[in-house]
Design a protein around this ligand. Structure first.
Ligand SMILES: NC(=O)c1ccc[n+]([C@@H]2O[C@H](COP(=O)([O-])OP(=O)(O)OC[C@H]3O[C@@H](n4cnc5c(N)ncnc54)[C@H](O)[C@@H]3O)[C@@H](O)[C@H]2O)c1
Length: 250
């Protein structure tokens, strides 16, 4: 076991599958204690049990303030501190006309992808300030840097996340809280079918062809980048929106 996160405690939202699951497992293998938070309690429990005693599953909807507070209390209550928060849970409409997205879906996208970052900040920043510092990572997307047609409202929510990241970074720097965004390109997770519109071999080939390194992203790619941002190796890095995209945004 490596120890790049030895002694650290992390809360990762949307950690019941996909990128968040990859982060939870990698962070734990690097010595962190992890709160595996997800709306899907069964998925969170599966991931936490696969990790073992370094992880605790919490069923939490990141759009509900009491749930967000509960996942933070789980970290401080069980492990005594909170060093790393990854706002990773996400929501999207299916690829299609921007006019075809109904109002409830629009609201849900902004509740999960934007408002949750605000709610988490309210709960987490005072804890990190009292500890003398911390790290916040927001899973944004290449969609927020290089928007393509068909995902307009999702793209805009990720642009919001990137701007919030930069503004939080500059405001929280005096408290030694680093805030960065990850911008993955399309990856092999539960959300991929929404981004492609339909999951067919042709669509996958089309997506791969737009990525210079010639493949989709994986949870391991995103977890590796998150690990670096979370670790002390990145102690001078704040306010970046890091593409993990095989060159897609060039
Ligand atoms: N997969 C991609 O192609 C891709 C590309 C760029 C960015 N992203 C972003 O990566 C993040 C992770 O998504 P993923 O691709 O791993 O998908 P995923 O579906 O595998 O995982 C998302 C997880 O978030 C959980 N979740 C959804 N709403 C929630 C809520 N309100 N509260 C708590 N948990 C909630 C889901 O239950 C699920 O376990 C998202 O923010 C997504 O927008 C994904």
């Amino acid at each position: 076991m490596a120890d790049r996160l030895k002694g650290k405690v992390a809360v990762i939202t949307g950690a019941g599958s996909g990128f968040g699951e990859g982060m939870a497992k990698l962070f734990a293998s690097e010595g962190a204690k992890v709160i595996v938070a997800d709306l899907n309690g069964e998925a969170a429990a599966r991931v936490a049990s696969e990790i073992g005693e370094a992880a605790i599953a919490v069923t939490a909807d990141v759009t509900v303030r009491a749930d967000v507070e509960a996942m933070v209390t789980a970290a401080t209550g069980h492990f005594g501190r909170l060093d790393i928060l990854v706002n990773n849970a996400g929501y999207s409409h299916r690829n299609g006309s921007m006019l075809g997205v109904d109002e409830d879906t629009f609201d849900r996208i902004f509740d999960v992808n934007a408002k949750a970052i605000y709610l988490a900040a309210l709960a987490v920043v005072p804890v990190m300030e009292a500890q003398g510092g911390g790290v916040i990572i927001n899973t944004a997307s290449t969609a927020g840097l290089r928007p393509r047609p068909g995902l307009t409202w999702y793209n805009a929510s990720k642009g919001w996340a990137i701007t919030a990241t930069k503004s939080m970074a500059v405001e929280l720097a005096p408290a030694k809280i680093r805030v960065n965004a990850l911008c993955p390109v399309a990856g092999e997770t539960g959300m991929l079918h929404l981004f492609m519109g339909e999951d067919t071999p042709e669509k996958r080939a089309q997506f791969r062809a737009s990525i210079p390194l010639g493949r989709l992203s994986t949870p391991q790619d995103i977890a590796n980048a998150a690990l670096w941002l979370a670790s002390d190796d990145a102690e001078f890095i704040t306010g970046v929106a890091l593409e993990v995209d095989g060159g897609r945004c060039i």
